[in-house]
Design a protein around this ligand. Structure first.
Ligand code: UTP
Length: 476
């Protein structure tokens, strides 16, 4: 990736020199419309616009527009694709499971494991304004996604007897709100010292002709550069260095929008350590072969993810002798990387992908237009483009109903309602498994705080029974 232009001497240039350079750079790349409203702006807005323009790599934007929008070169693929099927957790016998869990717990106890959350997304499908992690999916406790994760980290840290540091990637757009939310809620009981926030990079948004959109008269339309921006941000922010200082060896990567995410799951950590590769992934079975999710695969012999749109009919429906579909291990964005691997490859240049979105913009008339159809292109990095650099990866197949409740859409599939229902059903099952009968729980909702149970262990049945007179049972 090219370096942004700003960051050298430009910041020290007199304003007139900066203005001249910004005008020349935008004119050279056919982006002089960015100055359309310049004369109508106040001095501070003018300066901010010039600085923003100088921070953009126009040549890179032109190249990406040519390759991805005009030539659509990102979609043609002559690669050799083979399956990479995750190993089902159920295939391990009880003894093996216990020893993997012990291995993972030992790493946690030794302070070698960190949580790494990517939370810089815009959540456009959910339509929630602000960081997705502050979203309340409507649980009886009204806990936010951030709180559920924080409490799992706290519980596991207590079980391990060692603090698990938490690295959180935000974006320019949601950083202040995210950090403010944590401060207001006193970091949900975690120590502020062990939560490290940092911002990801940005890319401009362009129209079909490659013109950068104006978000306002004095501001370019920018968006986070995709979840694959996390690796460079990890290195540039000093987070990787901080991990090293703390003796972290394994980094648990995950997305903000899974209500059931088992952050730093000791079973998975143990599995990954035992497999011994630089990276490992958790996966779930596709709900049906046509489910539109990316699945783990090998591309030219290297680990990767294949998108549904890239798969042929034959790939979608082929099965093996054991009755499993060949490409059945859906990527749920839960991975474990060794820190050593991240240190070596965090600066790697990853390819950009194209996203076609509805983005509001300022028209030449000065009016703000809110489109009803996709009008703009965003360039995004995908985190799984780092996978091939691992050479080989291990996959662990876990149960969707226990570990994956995505919050992507406003309603219907993968919505707050579906995630809430899934979490409450799981907690109901935990209560039953602990000895409370279905009969006793009939018509009642059970919510178990992550502070008292990470994965169904240690359920306090007496506490549940003491609340049987209520429609909602809270185990805190
Ligand atoms: P999604 O791909 O679901 O994107 O993110 P999104 O922005 O949250 O939602 P839509 O597509 O606009 O509806 C998967 C994970 O990657 C993070 C998100 O915060 C989420 O945890 N992400 C995505 C980033 O951290 N940065 C990005 O630039 C994009």
């Amino acid at each position: 990736m090219r370096r942004p232009l700003l960051g050298g001497n430009e910041g020290l240039m007199p304003d007139t020199a900066k203005l001249k350079q910004a005008r020349e750079a935008s004119a050279l790349h056919g982006q002089d419309h960015l100055f359309r409203f310049y004369d109508s702006l106040g001095a501070p807005e003018q300066d901010a616009l010039v600085d923003q323009i100088l921070s953009v790599d126009f040549a890179q934007v032109a190249e990406l527009h040519r390759d991805l929008v005009v030539n659509q070169s990102g979609t043609a693929s002559q690669e050799r694709i083979e399956p990479l099927r995750a190993k089902p957790w159920e295939d391990f016998d009880l003894g093996e499971r216990a020893s993997l869990a012990n291995l993972g717990m030992r790493a946690l106890r030794d302070g070698k494991v960190a949580a790494f959350l990517v939370a810089g997304g815009q959540g456009t499908r959910l339509g929630h304004n602000g960081p997705k992690g502050v979203f309340d999916i409507g649980l009886p406790s009204r806990k936010s996604l951030f709180q559920l994760q924080a409490e799992r980290i706290l519980r596991l840290s207590r079980q391990a007897g060692k603090t698990i540091p938490w690295y959180i990637m935000t974006s320019e757009e949601n950083h202040a709100e995210t950090t403010g939310f944590f401060k207001e809620r006193r970091f949900f009981g975690l120590s502020e010292r062990d939560v490290f926030f940092f911002k990801q990079g940005e890319m401009p948004t362009v129209d079909a002709e490659g013109k950068i959109l104006l978000a306002s008269k004095g501001r370019l339309s920018m968006g986070p550069n995709g979840n694959g921006g996390c690796f460079l941000a990890l290195a540039k922010s000093g987070a990787l260095e901080d991990m090293k200082r703390r003796g972290i060896e394994h980094v648990f990567f995950y997305s903000v929008d899974n209500a059931l995410v088992r952050v730093c799951d000791p079973h998975f950590v143990g599995f990954a350590i035992q497999e011994g590769f630089p990276a490992a992934s958790k996966a779930v079975l596709k709900v049906q072969p046509e489910e539109k999710v990316g699945v783990l695969c090998l591309r030219n012999g290297k680990p990767s993810v294949i998108e549904y749109s890239e798969m042929t009919e034959e790939m979608i429906y082929s099965k093996t002798a054991d009755g499993r579909y060949l490409y059945d291990s859906a990527n749920i964005a839960m991975h474990l990387f060794t820190r050593a691997f991240l240190e070596t490859h965090a600066g790697a240049s990853l390819p950009f992908h194209l996203a076609h979105k509805k983005i509001a913009y300022v028209a030449p008339s000065g009016e703000t237009v809110t489109p009803t159809l996709p009008n703009a292109y965003k360039f995004e990095l995908f985190m799984f483009d780092l996978f091939p650099m691992a050479g080989a990866m291990a996959g662990l197949l876990v149960r969707r109903e226990e570990e994956f409740a995505p919050v992507k859409n406003k309603d219907g599939v993968d919505s707050p309602a579906s995630a809430r229902a899934q979490l409450l059903e799981l907690h109901h099952k935990w209560a039953v498994a602990a000895g409370v009968s279905e009969e006793e729980l009939k018509g009642k909702l059970v919510e178990i705080s992550p502070l008292s149970s990470y994965g169904g262990e240690g359920i306090n049945t007496a506490l549940i029974r003491s609340q049987l007179g209520n429609p909602i049972i809270h185990v805190s």
